[in-house]
Design a protein around this ligand. Structure first.
Ligand SMILES: Nc1nc2c(c(=O)[nH]1)N(C=O)[C@@H](CNc1ccc(C(=O)N[C@@H](CCC(=O)O)C(=O)O)cc1)CN2
Ligand SMILES: Nc1nc2c(ncn2[C@@H]2O[C@H](COP(=O)(O)OP(=O)(O)OP(=O)(O)O)[C@@H](O)[C@H]2O)c(=O)[nH]1
Ligand SMILES: [Mg+2]
Length: 459
């Protein structure tokens, strides 16, 4: 496979301990050799060795940087091409000096975002679902999401798709034999065989699709809006859950003016918490905008924590909120239980079931564990699936799985209706291609470009 040689900074730009510049392609070793002075020549060194030396401008012989250079010879590298990694001192100047000099070399150009990973894919070291999981790794907001992505990088989903495709290809082979040698089989046996295999594969797809909603939550977090009237303790609750003083808390109603975001993990479930401005009628212009944003946050939330003040009677605005939110995923929090009770819980029970009403104190943190339990129950029936379950969370994968299932359903129905076998062949072949697109077999170039363009530079 013919390709050129690319280079990019692979670490975050800014002050840091060290920075890594990665070079990949047929001229990687020779080009770096041209600007590098060390005891051993890179071109003669073994794969997987590290070399101390200096980056030198060959035109002036000036020492530009003190570096360590790592060598990975094809095909034993991330991209399967020759790869050279230059570890320089961190900081923008040092990295810029080395990078500028490399790009002056005739054979090296700047890599596009994701181009290293794209090469690993195009050269067959990883498939598309594994490459997509590399993006997920970088973007993970929780430990759990990271573990899931890592499993997919290692090929867990690829193997599942491989098993499904195996069954589909068996079916296809059976159909094709029957088309070529119709005298070898009884038509009805073939129909039964196809129906059985289609059912089996559809079940396998369903198992994967069932994990999709949990997968999305684990990956992106549950968007959780904390709402309620001013001064009920919304910001205090955010701080208690985040275990730090992220939001400003005062006894003045209307303290929070804008939506504050904070990621927290509760029983391994990632939540994107949104603390909002207290909802009330107001003439204050700034507060009014804040209240509008609170309402928008409620609309887009996967979960709403409605905070009420246990130490005050229910306000008419709160009754309106309770009514508006019925039917949405809500946990009602009766806050400030450390103070004498004024609120009549039975009034709240008219709108929400008892197991989503939680009494706690954001101040003393009493009852906070009940809230954590209620959240896990609401989303995972109390316990989080674990072990070797493969989660599908990528929207592209979900869409393809649904389409493949439909194609198999069509084949099944055709078989059931006694439709000629070459018609079924079309549907079964379609299912094979749709499953293949998940791992990048039969994926169009434009799609592949679009996926890799989401990567950061140097990945
Ligand atoms: N310095 C550095 N760290 C890194 C990466 C990198 O490219 N460079 N990675 C980049 O994302 C990740 C590690 N991923 C990698 C995956 C495979 C190979 C590799 O060389 N594989 C060869 C050889 C395997 C072997 O010798 O056992 C192969 O699969 O053939 C390298 C990195 C994270 N850390
Ligand atoms: N005693 C007691 N006081 C609390 C509790 N939670 C919050 N408070 C107090 O209630 C007041 C308001 O708390 P905040 O967290 O700022 O309330 P908020 O709902 O964010 O208010 P706005 O941002 O104005 O809408 C502060 O003085 C808190 O210290 C609690 O559980 N018990
Ligand atoms: Mg607040």
């Amino acid at each position: 496979m013919l390709s050129d040689t690319i280079a990019a900074i692979s670490t975050a730009v800014g002050e840091s301990g060290i920075a890594v510049i990665r070079v990949s392609g047929p001229e990687a070793i020779a080009s770096v050799e041209n600007v590098f002075r060390s005891k051993t020549k890179l071109t003669e060194a073994d794969s997987h060795t590290v070399h101390y030396g200096f980056i030198i401008d060959p035109k002036t012989d000036e020492k530009l940087e003190e570096v360590l250079v790592s060598l990975f010879r094809a095909p034993r590298s991330f991209t399967t091409e020759d790869v050279v990694e230059i570890s320089s001192h961190g900081g923008i100047i040092s990295v810029k000096r080395v990078m500028d000099l490399l790009l002056e070399q005739r054979d090296i150009r700047l890599a596009e975002p994701g181009e290293f990973t794209k090469r690993a894919f195009l050269n067959g070291r990883i498939d598309l679902s594994q490459a997509e999981a590399v993006i997920d790794l970088i973007r993970s907001k929780s430990d759990r999401a990271f573990s899931l992505a890592l499993k997919q990088v290692e090929g867990a989903l690829s193997r599942k798709i491989g098993e499904l495709r195996h069954t589909v290809v068996e079916t296809l082979a059976h159909i094709e034999v029957n088309i070529d040698y119709p005298e070898h089989d009884v038509e009805s046996m073939t129909t039964e065989f196809i129906k059985q295999k289609c059912t089996l594969t559809m079940q396998g797809i369903d198992d994967l699709l069932r994990t999709a909603s949990q997968g999305k939550i684990l990956r992106e977090g549950i968007t959780t809006a904390i709402v309620g009237r001013p001064n009920v303790g919304k910001s205090s609750l955010l701080n208690a859950l985040a275990r730090e003083n992220k939001a400003i808390v005062t006894d003045i109603p209307g303290t929070t003016r804008d939506v504050i975001e904070e990621f927290v993990t509760i029983n391994h479930i990632p939540l994107k918490l949104l603390d909002t401005a207290g909802i009330r009628e107001t003439i204050d212009v700034v507060e009014k905008i804040g209240v509008e944003r609170s309402k928008a946050a409620v609309d887009e939330a996967d979960l709403i924590l409605l905070v009420l003040n246990h130490a005050e009677e229910l306000h008419e605005d709160e009754i309106t909120l309770l009514k508006q939110l019925s039917g949405r995923p809500v946990i009602v929090i009766l806050n400030k239980i450390d103070l004498p009770q004024q609120l009549d819980r039975s009034e709240v029970s008219r709108y929400f079931a008892d197991d989503v009403i939680v009494e706690l104190s954001a101040k003393t943190e009493e009852g906070l564990d009940h809230l954590e339990e209620a959240i896990s129950k609401l989303f995972f029936g109390g316990e989080l699936e674990s072990g070797d379950l493969t989660y599908v969370s990528n929207v592209r994968h979900i869409a393809l799985l649904k389409r493949a299932k439909q194609s198999l359903q069509d084949a099944y129905e055709a078989a059931d209706a006694g439709i000629p076998i070459d018609i079924m062949q079309i549907d079964v072949r379609l299912a094979w291609e749709q499953l293949g697109e998940v791992v990048g077999d039969s994926a169009p170039d434009a799609l592949i470009d679009q996926i890799f363009s989401q990567f950061c530079l140097g990945k």
